[in-house]
Ligand binder design. Structure first.
Ligand code: AMP
Length: 194
């Protein structure tokens, strides 16, 4: 199995790079942001509970997020591996993910952090807002999402760094070059654990 966390601020390119990783390694993609948006669109009970958080760029409470993630893992018992995109975003989520991996006799093999400046993230989110019309890409919500990232999510990095699982990739440049660097980091992490 190969389990990867792709990490970075909103607009860092996690979705784009995840798609390439899925094609290369045949992993199941778990994007908690996409899952929440699907629940909201379908109008499920969970969707109704999270819509306000989601639209305003505030993190959904851990309990709901972790339960949704667990269900997704349970629904994919035959996966060759997973790519976690937008999860974990708190240390409690990172701990829960480790527990779930251990219970399944596996682990997170590599955490790939995309390093992108705040200025670049703002520029990209503006382009995405014009293209995709995501409510949380509106200018007024972007500040909140960036704040959430720097207040809560950034603390996940030392959690993985202490365990020697963190790798960082410069996230500005050509998509294919960034992808190449990500693959190198994944291969090195795999070899180190073999
Ligand atoms: P994203 O598409 O990953 O930027 O996520 C969009 C929104 O979904 C976030 O602003 C949060 O409201 C919610 N969300 C996604 N993933 C998580 C998570 N791991 N923990 C808490 N909230 C999340």
């Amino acid at each position: 199995m190969l389990n990867i966390v792709i990490f970075g601020p909103p607009g860092a390119g996690k979705g784009t790079q995840s798609q390439q990783l899925i094609d290369k390694y045949h992993l199941v993609h778990i994007s908690t942001g996409d899952l929440f948006r699907a629940h909201i669109k379908k109008g499920t009970e969970l969707g109704k509970k999270v819509v306000e958080y989601n639209n305003n760029g505030i993190l959904v409470p851990d309990e709901m997020t972790i339960a949704m993630l667990k269900k997704e893992l349970d629904d994919n018992p035959d996966a060759k591996g997973f790519i976690f995109d937008g999860f974990p975003r708190t240390v409690a989520q990172a701990e829960a993910l480790d527990r779930f991996m251990t219970e399944n006799g596996t682990a997170i093999h590599a955490v790939v952090a995309l390093d992108v400046t705040e200025e670049e993230v703002r520029r990209r989110l503006q382009i995405r807002r014009d293209a995709e019309h995501r409510p949380d890409d509106e200018a007024s919500k972007v500040n909140r999402r960036i704040e959430e990232y720097f207040n809560k999510t950034i603390h996940v990095l030392p959690y993985y760094a202490q365990q020697g699982r963190l790798t960082t990739v410069h996230g500005i440049g050509k998509v294919d070059q960034i992808f190449g660097q990500i693959c190198n980091n994944i291969e090195s992490a795999r070899q180190a654990q073999a």
